[in-house]
Design a binder for this molecule. Sequence first.
Ligand code: GCU
Length: 594
Amino acid sequence: MPDIGPEDPFAHLHEEDFETPFMSPLLTDAGMIFMGDRVTESLAGDWRFVLDPFREGLRQRWFEHDATPIEEWTVPRDCDDAAWQTIPVPGCWNLARAEWRYYEGAAWYMRDLDVAPPRDGERLFLRIGAATGRARVFLNGRFLGLHRGGWTPFFVEIGPYLREAGNLLMCEVDTTRRDDAVPMSHFDWFNYGGLFREVELVRVPAIHVTDFRLWLIQGDRIAARVVLSNPTDGEAEIEIDGLGTGRVAISAGEGETTFDLSPRLWSPSDPHLYQVRLRFGADRVGDRVGFRRIERHGTEIRLNGEPVAFRGICAHEDDRDLGRCTSEADIRRRFGHAKELGANAMRLAHYPHSELAAKIADEVGILLWEEIPVYWAIAFENPETFAEAENQLREMIRRDFNRASVVLWGIGNENADTDARLRFMSGLAATARREDPDRLVGAACLINRVAFRIEDRLAEALDVIGLNEYFGWYEPGFDGLRRLLANSAPDRPVMVTETGADARVGLHGSDMQLFTEEYQARVLATQVEIADGADYVAGIFPWLLYDFRSERRQTRHQRGWNLKGVIAADKTTRKLGFEALRAAYATHFRKGDS
Ligand code: GCU
């Protein structure tokens, strides 16, 4: 077709490099704002929505939205608002309409934004709690930024781009699985798509608090760090209800101080939280914070100086009816079930869960392992992949730093021990320690199959060696587990970060028949007993609390579900494995008994 010059209406058909102009600015942890006790304006509700499997949205620049009614068009276009459908935000498109169930790829969200523009020097930001995969934000036809990572919040300033009226907010969400992304294209969970957490506006003073951290230091005193949006000088005031007040000198936009106060320490048996308030200039924020110490000594983990054993359970953020969306009720139910098991810990697999999870864990007293989805065969050679993983780690730490329940940052899961992976994950461990020197760092590792030992070159960079092992399921019998534990002599704590067996709820039979509830019950009881026999095993997190969606599982029993839950996907029907695990925890992993 002849090139008819700049107005060539077919140019977009030949431009395969259409994404490059929309790869920056990247929205990262650098743009985060401290949100504690801030008032926000929710954008929850029905948005307009359309699938975009061929990426026409970027190719044909749908975001330069033209509302001319189709009757008045002089040339045809490929997008007309009237064809868009509606979708609830927060939500996952896979469960919104049957025809969207298995859709993976790009989709567009759009809504009018009828909000008061910023006034008196204030600044107005859009905050998206999470969007699967990659998300691009457009306001009134202007591209504002790209966020990579499907489970951490991101912010973009919209104030300067608001019009007096007729503002249009658009968001492209792209769940395409990529070999160079984090996670990469192969994982054992359902690839839900959408703006699946809160989407809101937040107004802040010109100079505002972007980060506010509190932690316990030697001698059980409190340290605080304040970071502002601007490199200004001044003084911040901190008030900790029931403990006292203090001031933080701010220089060039940041300041740190210690308080000679001895707080009541937080623990699962005494989850005491303090209401904290911070003021700087016109900005007011707050938080509810527990103070505790978590350390390792040799192969022992100590909470507030006392040995503690982790009676854990793993959980995905997955719901039969809501997909990846969760709620306070869903989370409280999850922790309630864990407590009924006698668990004092939960591994929030395999990605940062809703920030509500750690806030509620702070209240109810559950120890948390939180992690980023550096899962299986990540492109460990790729620097861009490292940047994406590192940013997700920093965003997770920034968001949940003040959560006492979070005692460990997990930096990966079941990654083969290669040189590239060692460099990549040692780098992540270093970032975690730089961002947060007082928490443990761990990873769910594999074993050295040649020496048949708990051995991984990454262990040097970790406080806790996670061990994913499925003796009794993927590997018959338990002699291998006994041999492995006897044959290993790690110099730091090990936690069994996964073990378990599928059981189809209601399928009963011999405890030697795969997929029966009896089989799963036997595996869990035996695993806990054997693991508790090794003095360097500081805890165990059986896989897992609830059955969850995974299209990798296609047997007559599973049909797209991973059935290793001790409770079925209805989050109500318990399997025999639930009682077996509860009974096991009554007598095992009771060190410190918290
Ligand atoms: C792996 C993996 C999990 C997976 C589980 C299983 O260890 O970490 O994400 O679901 O095993 O096979 O069920």
